[in-house]
Structure formats: C-alpha cells, structure tokens
Write a protein that binds this ligand. Sequence first.
Ligand code: ATP
Ligand code: MG
Ligand code: MG
Ligand code: MG
Length: 439
Amino acid sequence: MRMSRYFLPVLKETPREAQIVSHRFMLQAGMIKQSSAGIYSWLPLGYKVLKKIEDIVHEEQIKAGHHPMLMPTIQSADLWRESGRYDAYGAEMLRITDRHERDMLYTPTAEELITDIFRANVTSYKDLPLTMYQIQWKFRDEVRPRFGVMRGREFYMKDGYNFDLTKEDALHAYNRHLVSYLRTYERMGLKAIPMRADSGPIGGEDTHEFLVLAETGESEVFYDSAVTDLTFGDREIDYDDKAACAAVMEEFTTKYARTDETHDEALFNEIPEERRMKARGIEVGQIFYFGTKYSDALNAAVDDGQGSKVNVHMGSHGIGVSRLLGAIIEASHDENGIIWPEGVTPFHVGILNMRSGDEAADAACEDLYKQITALGLEPLYDDRDERAGAKFGTMDMIGLPWRITVGPRGLKNGVVEVTCRRTGESEEMPPADAVAKIA
Ligand code: ATP
Ligand code: MG
Ligand code: MG
Ligand code: MG
C-alpha cells in the first residue's frame, strides 16, 4: 500500500476524550472514529487489524473442531421470554419494536438462538458432540461506555456454544476451549491468564475469564506470580484426546488466579508472600459450563441411545475480538505509539522515503516495495512529499514491526537503514539484505 493513496487520517493533536493509551493511539493512528457513545466506525487501518485478529480466532476454533456459522444481530424477544432472560437481562439489552409492534432486540449474546437452532434439528446423541460458533457484532447498552473499543456498546465478539450428551463430554468441550484460547491469545503476542471467575447473567458454576494484566484494566485480580511463567507455546495437541486437554486445564488453572468476585483471602494467603500478586486486568474472553440451564428452559433434548430423552449439557465461550485491539495496544506500546506483535500487524514493514522526488530514492523504494510484495508480505510505503520528521512520527505511531528508511545519502554507499520498532535498534545494509532480514 502506498500512503499517498491510503485513507489514514492520522491526528496531530492528542485527542482529549481518550483516558487510556490504547484509545488515544487508535484515534491518533486513524484506526477508528466514534460515531456515537460506544459505537465506532472502523477505518481501513483499524479494520485491517480487526480482520487479522478475527482470522486467528477462526483458525484456532476450526483447528479445535468447532464449526463457524452466523446468526442475525436482530432477534425476536420470544425466545428470550421462553428462557426467562427477556426481563432478567435488564437495561443492557437494546430493545426494538418493529412496524408490527413486535418486540425485537439487538443480540447481546446468543444462547437462546443457538439452542433454538439445535432443538429444531438435532434429536439423537449420534449427532453429538457439537460445537458451533460465530464472530458477530453484539450490542450491550453499557452504563459507562469508555476507553474506546475496550468497553463499547457495539462490539465484535466470538461466541461459541457446545452441545454434549453428558457433563463429562461438556467439560471436555470446556477444556478444549481453554486450550484453543491459550493458543489464540499467544498468537496475538498476548499473555492472557485464565482466572476463576463469576458467571454473571450467563449462569452456571464453572467459568474462567482470560485476563491480560494491565494497569488500565477494569477487573481486580489476585494471582500466584508463578502463573505468569506458563506458556502453551508450539506444542501439538489432539483436541479429541480428553486426557491431554484435561492436563492442560490442570496445568493452567491449578495455581491461584482469581478475579475479585471469587477471591478467597484465606486460600490466597497460603501462597508464599513474595508470589502473592494483586493487580488489574482486561477481560479478553470467558468460558462457561452451565449444564442444562438453557436446554431445560428451551426443551433441547436428544435420544440417548438407551430409550430416554435427555436434555443436553451446554457451555458458551466468548472472545472480545474488538476489545483485543485495545488490550494488545495496552500491552505493547511505548511513548511514541503502538508496537504491533507480528501476528496481528496491519502491514509487515514500513518503507520510508526520506526524499520523495529524488530519482535514486524513489527507484530504490519502488524496488523494495516489489521485492517485499513478491514475498507475500505487505509493505506500507510512505511515498508522500512530507517532512522526514512527520514521516517518522507517523510510522512510529502506526507501530509496524520493521521500518526500512531510504535516503539519497545511504544509497550513495549502497545501503538503507533497517529499524526494529520494538527494540529501536537500527542497522545499515544493502537493500537485498534488508528484504532478507524482514522476510
Ligand atoms: P465485562 O465484564 O467486561 O463487562 P462480560 O463479562 O460482560 O465483560 P462476556 O459476556 O463474558 O462479557 O462476553 C465475552 C467477551 O466479550 C468478554 O470477555 C469481553 O472480552 C468482550 N466484551 C464484553 N463486553 C464488552 C464491551 N462492552 N465492549 C467490548 N468488548 C466486550
Ligand atoms: Mg459486561
Ligand atoms: Mg466480566
Ligand atoms: Mg465475561
């Protein structure tokens, strides 16, 4: 992409409404624009990162054997009356009346709708286990929308639902989700710690939230510092292997890690004092096992193969896809801007032409652009006729992992400069080596 042709409305001033760094940088880097409280347009750069995050979520869910699908954002109130949640959900639910005076709503979550799909189509244990998920816009009329995409009213969420014959099978689905979530967040360069949590309006007893530690997080958390050493890494896992998934669950959830709602001071005090941590965190996902809560309410039963009909055991599993942009930036930035982890960066490398219009510099940049593109990578080429200082500022704000700086002086010696955004280290080398370095 050439910057002269791109839509990248970078702001020069610090936006006054931004209270936290991720919100500020997303506005300044021209990634989002608020349209009304807690509702945003995703401009090209922001949309690109959103899609990268969404792709990772899809890939990891599909690997775990879960089926992507899509449900509508507008639902009828009827199913919610059937489950009893229409009144219980309260003011967070955006209620809509259509021209025929029918009660509709904008989906805040989709347990009812998916259970309705299930009960209309599945009647036998032979069709189980089954997990389906969607990545779809949600609406919750939050009392205090704030911090940009972190607490929006409209937000993008992955929500998955498992249907199983027995509690044991449903707990395997729970463990499978835990494993797939660990992999998902690690691919985004994040450390998200599973913590025992409270189930809220979804219901159920077994639930873990995934938290990214950050001072600006809205949750208060308590944990054994040893949990921060755990990583899933690149191990292979067979998602059908119940024991293997259970072992990962055990490994990642045995050490003390809880949100304030489930915090137990006496248990916490059993950890050696130097490992007792109290901090703040951003909730980037949550998994639930809630048994037959919804299958009881909505009559979702299957034939169990022994002549009886049994209500299916279920769970639901969410990832805050749009919130993740904020969480990643909170976890990865410096005073000059964002530092994108490789897995989600909108472009792989920035090419910065120090003297647009100079024949040698223009030609070298074009050549780099072609070679990098040929490798299947995406460069963002700042070909604008701007001051070098402004170009550096924009590149640092946007936060691509690598920058190649091309100027007439270097070119006379046959070199360009390659800079790593994270370390700030620069090195001069011939253009061909620069391409090899970022590949
Ligand atoms: P929170 O405690 O932050 O209000 P929640 O527990 O109500 O979140 P869930 O029902 O668990 O949210 O939804 C799954 C995920 O969706 C959350 O873990 C979070 O990452 C994301 N999410 C929830 N509410 C919002 C919101 N208002 N804006 C952006 N993301 C959200
Ligand atoms: Mg909430
Ligand atoms: Mg929560
Ligand atoms: Mg939650």
